[in-house]
Each structure stands twice: as structure tokens, then as C-alpha cells.
Ligand binder design. Structure first.
Ligand SMILES: Cc1cc2nc3c(=O)[nH]c(=O)nc-3n(C[C@H](O)[C@H](O)[C@H](O)COP(=O)(O)OP(=O)(O)OC[C@H]3O[C@@H](n4cnc5c(N)ncnc54)[C@H](O)[C@@H]3O)c2cc1C
Length: 502
């Protein structure tokens, strides 16, 4: 056992999209800072950020109905959708900057243009979708959205979904061509290649086991080299815990008071993947439906065209499920060992409140293939079981904390937890997820480096022209940003991408 000890400016734990984004931002802002990354798996982007572990939706709130709730008077509140769209625009601008500067290449390897659609059935839902369309289509952020409840039009848009339906069925959809499919796994790997080229020391097969504050105001990490079995100790002035589902345990180990009274609840995901080329070819959109009553927002069913490895695929899901693991490669003891004296009451309160969710998740785990096919047939009436296989997706650990809404409240968003002195930050939660990585990492930078942010602002604005501004309130800037990012990322109609569909 060696006891090697080193000290650096920044340590990023985990090689997912969040660490990749923070590392890349910091290397642009302060190239001279020394950055190290420790990842317990063999390569980058193998957990939730991997292309097969998430749905690859560039979440801009164009199609996700859980961001646009119906108010009691029937009108639709689009404020959440506006917020998420604005956040996604920050990611688009940053990715564009990286492509323009040739820091990453071939945007078609990580982002593709793809219509985003919402689809609902039943009179009541059709009325809701129409109200939502009316509220959204007036907003410049959602320009270009179309609505139809005409079977002929819908057949043109979504032939696979419309075939085999009665002409009397009340069904409607909205469509917006400005949507995207994002391969977050490919993007994560590209960003790590770029970080290595910038002399960032990325250590794979290194598991962070403990985090302690030292007397010289640094953080000391106890790290196990999983190849040699040696224990290493590395010190840093600033630590980002970007361990995905592994972040809660690491936050607890840091002992910071801000990390207390917080728990985690894992929700797993399963997709159905189509293996019939003819069926795959009939769909060219992401089509989001409405969540079932009692279902958590992250299990809204959707039928997605995906572009993975230059190949068109078709996935349906995710079906939610329950596993006590916090990472797909995690341990069955993750949930139990996350319960500490300081969060046990919070966890128990959540357990009592969320019995129906737990029941729902267990029911989902027990679904047979034929029962899953029945859910798929709500989208594709003629779907055949032999055309579809099951694939296990990533784990999402939802945050449980005490809020004004009560003790042990389950959160469906993302939480950045930082120490009072800004020397350590952790990211918990997974929604809207990778799409808003740039917004969330800018939040980390603002909270942890307030003394530098003023000086860094011109560079941040160079990378992200709309930083600190509302695009909705600046239609000219919105137009400029959208045109420029679409051109650079190859998303505009004139930039049609060549794809070898196989
Ligand atoms: C089913 C599903 C569907 C999703 N769909 C979408 C979508 O359509 N669009 C979207 O934007 N987002 C989506 N998300 C969310 C998105 O995938 C996540 O928000 C994002 O990938 C999280 O990135 P991360 O870097 O925080 O975590 P991860 O990608 O999980 O990376 C964390 C890394 O930390 C490592 N690690 C953990 N503990 C340690 C340790 N102790 N020592 C060293 N390394 C450690 C892990 O091995 C892992 O590589 C989805 C997620 C799931 C599960």
C-alpha cells in the first residue's frame, strides 16, 4: 500500500457530463489552474451520461408535458417551460463556442436536429394540449410550434402512431422542428478528450472513498486505485462531487452541515428498443405523452428516434422501476447506507408520504413483457412483441429533503449543495439533467467562486452571449443566438447532416 499525497487546485469526482462541463468551463476561465479528475469506472460517460442510460432528449421544454401544468381555470402555466428552455439555450451556446474554437469536433456525433412532439388522447387532454399550444406558440422561445387534431395531418407527422386507429378517436399533437437528440455519452467523451489535451489529469479506475477537511483549509481525498489496490491521498483547494448517484454518499462523507438532513430515493429506468428497421424508419421525432396518474414525472412515456453511433434507433419508455442501487454499477446496500442519524427522520417521513410511489415503482418492476407491450401499443397500436427488446437504463437518485411543503419531501429537480465557504460543491438529483449541465455548472461557479466571477464575466459572455440575460425578453438576441448555434451545430435546414442509417 502506497500513501502517495499530492495537492492541486481543483478535483472533480466522477467523469460524467457534469464534471466534464465544469472542468471545461474552468479551463477556459482559468487555464493555469491545475485540475484532476477521479473516476471509478474504466472510461468517461459510463453511468447516467451514457447514451444507452438516458433518453438523449435535449430538454428545452418543447414537448415535455410535465413542465406545463394546467391551472384550475383550465389555462396552462408555461413559466417552468420558459425557465428550462432558457437554460437549454445556455448549453447550446457553450457547445457552439467549443465547436467554433475547434475544442471539440463533428457536432453531428453528439447532436442531431429532431422534431419534438407532444401527443395526447381523449377530449380533455386534447383541450389541454390546445390551451398549452396557444400559450406557448405566442412566446418567441417556442416559435414554430404547430398543433393538429386532424387525423390526416397526424398521419403525415407520425404514421407509426396513427396507423390502426379509429377515425373517431380524439387525439392531438404539437410539433416543433427545432428539437434535438443529444448523445450525452459522446459529448462527455469528447469533453474529456479535450480536457486531457489541456493537461487535466484524468484517473480512471480510481474510487474516491473518503473526503476530509484539513487544518490548512484544503480537502483531502482518500482514493483507492482499483487496479493496484493502493490507497492514494490527494488534496485540493476546491472539490466538485460530480458522482451522479454516488454524490450523496460522498457529500455525507465530507461532513459539511449543508449536506445533512438530505436523503436520496433511487428510481431506475427501462427502455424498449426496436430491432425492426422498417418500423424504425417510419418514425422521425421524439413523441412525449402524458404521465399516468401516480407516476413520477421522470417516467412520462415517450417514443424516441435516437441517433447513436451514426445509426437511427427507436426507443420507448422509460418504464420506472425500483432498485436500491444509487448507480447502475452501484451496490444493493446504497439506499440503506445512505440513511444516517441526521436524515433518518426525513427519510422515514418521505417513506410514509410516498407509499403510493413505492407501490407504483414495484408494480412497474413486476410488469411482464406483454404488459409493457400494452403500454407501447398506446403509442403504436400495431406494435409486435418480436420487434422489441428491453434495455436497462441508468439510475436517478431523487433528492429527499425537508421543505416548506413538509418533512421528507421528494424533489424532482436538481440541487447544488455547497459549503458556506464555497470550497466544496455537490450535485444531487437528475432532472432536467444533462441538457442543463451548463446552467447548473455556472451556478456552481457563481456559488463557489464569487470573488472571481466579476473578472470572469467577459469570458463567460464570450462563450455564452446570453449569460445573465433573458432571451425571451430580448427577441433580437434570441434570433441571433438561435441562428448562430443552429449553424455551428449543424441543426439548421441548410446544414442537413449526412447520416449512414443502418
Ligand atoms: C433513464 C434516464 C433518462 C434520462 N433522460 C435524460 C434526457 O433525455 N435528457 C437529459 O438531459 N437528461 C436525462 N437524464 C439525466 C442525465 O442522464 C443525468 O442528469 C446526467 O447524465 C448526470 O450526469 P452526472 O455527470 O451528474 O452523472 P453520471 O453521468 O452518472 O456520472 C457520475 C460519475 O461519477 C462516478 N462516480 C460515482 N461515485 C464515484 C466515486 N466514489 N469515485 C469515483 N467516481 C465515482 C460514476 O462512476 C460516474 O461515471 C436521464 C437519466 C436517466 C437515468
Amino acid at each position: 500500500m502506497s500513501n502517495k499525497e499530492t495537492k492541486t487546485d481543483v478535483i472533480l469526482i466522477g467523469a460524467g457530463i457534469m464534471s466534464a462541463t465544469l472542468g471545461t468551463l474552468l479551463k477556459e476561465l482559468v487555464p493555469e489552474w491545475e485540475v484532476k479528475v477521479f473516476e471509478k469506472l474504466e472510461t468517461a460517460g459510463e453511468e447516467s451520461s451514457n447514451e444507452w442510460n438516458n433518453a438523449g432528449t435535449g430538454h428545452a421544454a418543447l414537448c415535455e408535458l410535465n413542465y406545463t401544468e394546467q391551472k384550475p381555470d383550465g389555462s396552462v402555466d408555461i413559466s417552468k417551460a420558459i425557465k428550462i428552455n432558457e437554460q437549454f439555450q445556455l448549453s447550446m451556446q457553450f457547445w457552439s463556442y467549443l465547436v467554433k474554437r475547434k475544442l471539440i469536433h463533428n457536432p453531428k456525433d453528439f447532436i442531431m436536429p429532431l422534431p419534438h412532439m407532444s401527443m395526447v388522447q381523449g377530449e380533455e387532454n386534447v383541450a389541454y394540449l390546445k390551451n398549452r399550444f396557444e400559450a406557448m406558440s405566442k412566446n418567441p422561445l417556442f416559435k414554430g410550434m404547430e398543433f393538429s387534431d386532424d387525423h390526416g395531418k397526424l398521419l403525415e407527422w407520425i404514421p407509426l402512431i396513427m396507423e390502426g386507429r379509429s377515425v373517431n378517436e380524439a387525439i392531438a399533437a404539437t410539433k416543433i422542428d427545432a428539437g434535438t437528440d443529444v448523445n450525452f455519452g459522446a459529448l462527455t467523451r469528447m469533453l474529456f478528450d479535450h480536457l486531457k489535451a489541456k493537461n487535466v489529469d484524468v484517473k480512471y479506475k480510481h474510487s474516491v472513498e473518503n473526503i476530509n477537511r484539513t487544518s490548512d483549509d484544503a480537502w483531502e481525498l482518500k482514493i483507492k486505485n482499483l487496479v493496484s489496490g493502493n490507497i492514494e491521498r490527494h488534496k485540493a483547494k476546491f472539490v466538485f462531487i460530480g458522482g451522479g448517484g454516488g454524490s450523496l454518499h460522498l457529500l455525507q462523507k465530507s461532513g459539511i452541515p449543508e449536506g445533512k438532513h438530505i436523503g436520496g430515493f433511487p428510481v431506475s429506468g427501462i427502455f424498449m428498443v426496436c430491432k425492426n428497421k422498417d418500423v424504425i424508419e417510419q418514425q422521425h421525432a421524439k413523441v412525449y405523452g402524458k404521465a399516468k396518474v401516480g407516476a413520477p414525472p421522470m417516467s412520462v412515456p415517450h417514443l424516441d428516434t435516437r441517433f447513436i453511433d451514426n445509426k437511427k434507433s427507436l426507443l420507448f419508455g422509460p418504464f420506472a422501476g425500483f432498485s436500491p442501487k444509487f448507480l447502475k454499477t452501484g451496490s444493493l446496500f446504497d439506499l440503506v447506507t445512505s440513511v444516517k442519524p441526521n436524515n433518518v427522520l426525513t427519510m422515514l417521513a418521505a417513506g410514509a408520504k410516498e407509499m403510493s410511489l413505492t407501490k407504483y415503482l414495484i408494480q412497474q418492476v413486476l410488469l411482464s413483457k406483454e404488459q409493457r407491450m400494452e403500454e407501447l401499443r398506446e403509442f403504436i397500436p400495431n406494435a409486435k412483441a418480436e420487434d422489441w427488446d428491453l434495455v436497462v437504463a441508468g439510475q436517478r437518485v431523487q433528492v429527499i429533503k425537508d421543505t416548506e411543503a413538509g418533512k421528507g419531501t421528494l424533489q424532482f429537480g436538481t440541487e447544488v449543495i455547497t459549503s458556506a465557504d464555497g470550497s466544496i460543491a455537490a450535485l444531487l438529483g437528475a432532472s432536467p439533467g444533462a441538457s442543463t449541465a451548463v446552467h447548473v455548472m455556472l451556478e456552481v461557479i457563481n456559488k463557489c467562486f464569487p470573488e472571481h466571477v466579476k473578472k470572469w464575466e467577459p469570458k463567460i459572455k464570450e462563450m455564452i452571449p446570453s449569460y445573465g440575460m433573458s432571451l425571451m425578453e430580448n427577441p433580437e438576441l434570441l434570433h441571433e443566438v438561435k441562428t448562430s448555434t443552429a449553424k455551428t451545430l449543424g441543426l439548421s435546414a441548410s446544414e442537413k447532416k449526412e447520416l449512414a442509417f443502418s
